[in-house]
Design a binder for this molecule. Structure first.
Ligand code: SF4
Length: 421
């Protein structure tokens, strides 16, 4: 379809008459208008944003102004690039291990949160081979607090794959990277572009926002992803693709922010349809959010007479896979009472094991797809026979720091400690 017929671009372009009307009529009319405006400037005045009109004309003819767009981006990056711990300095060769580690950590997590974790990981494991040789438990423990723990398990698997399959050297091609554990299309493109300067199109959340505003894309996310990637690919330069991707990330993080974008300070405002029409915050359009269900459970702080507390390991696959936890009833939407939960844990009747289970303050946590409410219950185990309890490790609370406890379980720990006064 000729983009002259693209209603989105056209509506962005036609708010100023008559130049926009001329654009609507086609290249010949546009040329005629521009010629007349030179001869009779009073009668055929050009709007202030003629630059934009010409840009739209380029877009409309499906000729994205790739060179000038990327030149504006790179020019801005040379002066304003953020200094981040994983970024190489100008003129330095990026380290693929650093790029990979930061990209995995930054998924679903902010730059501010990732900074100290990135430093800690590099101190513990300066090379990918060091990480491959470490026990998974050490990786999970160091990762605790970053969330989405499947990333940590895949991090370890990927380190082993690089160490054993590639002699410790990251491959540079997108397809090879895609075959690695935990490396999806975004991460493969980012590593290939940033670490190896390949002309790959990188589209993260920040870049998604910029592209959807540049073209005023009305399709809601996530359906719009393919459309956004197609536009982004047309703009990706052949040279300095890594700097270009990082520049867009920086612009998205500091200028083209979700609320109140600073279009006045934006290096690509001349190219931006939404920036011109002033409805930037409408983009990206998002599909209405589904209401998250709430799941509930009773979580047990099982404490022996010698002060040791029971920790169990979650199954390797699934949510918080491989992490340590306090045992709990099943997480489900139906509420379960403390007495029923106690009876399900101690099949012979809990009175034999403990006098008075003590309830603590409710712990709330939100995962991607559901909210969770945990009711902590402290149970002091009488006697020494703990064989009927779930299998796990008995640990002194002061040693919990050596175990991979996810944030959710540190909340339970805090609720128990607070409840004891
Ligand atoms: S002009 Fe405004 S809306 Fe457009 S990319 Fe720049 S900051 Fe974002």
């Amino acid at each position: 379809m000729s983009a002259w017929a693209n209603p989105r671009l056209m509506s962005a372009a036609f708010e100023d008459f008559p130049i926009r009307l001329a654009i609507a009529r086609g290249p010949a009319a546009t040329f005629a208008f521009l010629t007349l405006s030179l001869i009779y400037p009073r009668n055929f005045a050009l709007p202030q944003d003629i630059n934009f009109a010409i840009t739209c004309s380029n877009m409309i003819e499906q000729k994205p102004p790739q060179k000038s767009f990327s030149a504006a981006i790179l020019n801005w990056y040379d002066r304003h690039a953020r200094r981040l711990p994983w970024r190489s300095l100008p003129g330095e060769q990026p380290d693929p291990y650093h790029v990979w580690l930061s990209e995995i950590m930054l998924q679903q997590t902010t730059v501010v949160t990732v900074g100290p974790y990135f430093d800690k990981f590099l101190t513990l494991w300066p090379t990918v081979q060091d990480m491959a040789a470490a026990p998974l438990d050490d990786i999970l423990t160091a990762w605790a607090g970053l969330g989405y723990y499947a990333r940590a398990r895949n991090l370890h698997k990927c380190a082993i794959a690089i160490s054993e399959g590639y002699n410790g050297q990251f491959p540079s091609e997108r397809d090879q990277l895609l075959a690695l554990p935990g490396v999806g299309p975004y991460t493969a493109a980012a590593i290939s572009a940033i670490a190896f300067n390949k002309s790959e199109t990188v589209v993260d959340g920040n870049i998604e926002r910029i592209i959807s505003r540049l073209y005023r894309i009305d399709t809601p996310l996530p359906s719009a992803k393919t459309e956004i990637t197609t536009y982004a690919a047309k703009l990706t330069p052949l040279r300095r693709a890594g700097d270009y991707a990082q520049a867009l990330m920086d612009i998205g993080a500091t200028i083209c922010t979700p609320r109140s974008p600073n279009c006045g300070g934006c290096p690509v405002s001349d190219f931006c349809a939404a920036g011109t029409t002033g409805d930037m915050e409408r983009f990206p359009v998002k599909a209405p959010k589904k209401v998250k269900p709430t799941r509930r459970a009773v979580v047990f702080w099982l404490e022996r007479l010698d002060g040791f507390v029971l920790l169990c390991r979650r199954e390797e696959k699934g949510l918080l896979g491989g992490m340590m936890e306090f045992p709990s009833t099943e997480w489900c939407e139906e509420e379960i009472g403390v007495e029923e939960a106690m009876n399900s844990l101690f099949s012979n009747g809990f009175q034999k094991w403990t006098d008075r289970p003590s309830e603590k303050e409710l712990v709330r946590h939100t995962f991607t797809h559901f909210h969770l409410e945990l009711r902590p219950v402290v149970v002091l185990i009488k006697g020494t026979d703990t064989s009927i309890l779930p299998s796990g490790q008995w640990v002194r609370p002061e040693d919990f720091g050596s175990y991979a406890l996810p944030t959710l379980m540190t909340k339970v720990l805090r609720a128990v400690v607070k409840g004891r006064g």
